[in-house]
Design a protein around this ligand. Sequence first.
Ligand SMILES: NC(=O)c1ccc[n+]([C@@H]2O[C@H](COP(=O)([O-])OP(=O)(O)OC[C@H]3O[C@@H](n4cnc5c(N)ncnc54)[C@H](OP(=O)(O)O)[C@@H]3O)[C@@H](O)[C@H]2O)c1
Length: 240
Amino acid sequence: MGTFLITGATSGIGRAVALRLAEEEHDVIGVGRDEARGEEIEAASARITFVACDLSQADEIETMMDGLKDQAITLDGLFNNAATFGRPGTPERLPASAFDDVFELNVLATNRLIQRAIPLLATGASVVNNAAIVGHVKFPPMLGPYAASKAAVIALTKTFAHRMKGKVRFNAVCFGPVDTPLSHKLYGGEAKFQEAMTHHFRGHAAKPDEVAPVVTFLLSEASSYINGQAITVDGGYTLS
Ligand SMILES: NC(=O)c1ccc[n+]([C@@H]2O[C@H](COP(=O)([O-])OP(=O)(O)OC[C@H]3O[C@@H](n4cnc5c(N)ncnc54)[C@H](OP(=O)(O)O)[C@@H]3O)[C@@H](O)[C@H]2O)c1
């Protein structure tokens, strides 16, 4: 069985992917900042090890990856999933600084992790980057920095896929709305999110468990011929 590094494993989609990989008897290194939720995922499966790391801090990524290297860990896959949507705002008025934290975590940390993970990745390993329909097929006017960061994640995905020539595969997933703390915050609370989702193509958003299998499939050998793609998984949301 394999070993997978999952960022943002303490909540939402990343947590669901970590638990599913563990159920499939893989070992999971789950990254996040929240120690209490880290302990909770470790308690949920003996196969999951929580590593505390603020990915927006380059030195913390270095320390974490040095630790994996020192332990001679070989990775079969990486899921770059942690992200922030930053501060929504009118694009004509957003200060340049509104891009800083969004790009630091969503793009620069993803790039840093990929660069540091490449020497640890087994031949045939798979990297999945969590992009979004936002920045791929949908561009809400108030989410400029987030959309631009997710478009950048897709460009990075394709660049690394091209560079690695199949020795390591790189794909991006572009989810529509998923029922997680991030989307609740984006909509101004869970109740407002659930109300908005009654207008979804299928009447509700995806649950993390419903989209996690797409990621575990892309991380697995079963998807060996899929490389350099940005795959939309939105339950038909962008049709309407
Ligand atoms: N939910 C949606 O509707 C939706 C749709 C499309 C794409 N996505 C994408 O899916 C991914 C996961 O989102 P989610 O909805 O599952 O969100 P979530 O439930 O809020 O989880 C976010 C995760 O990221 C971690 N994280 C945030 N900042 C971090 C940092 N600086 N360092 C380390 N970890 C950090 C959080 O861990 P800690 O709190 O422990 O730090 C948490 O585990 C994101 O890339 C998001 O853009 C979400």
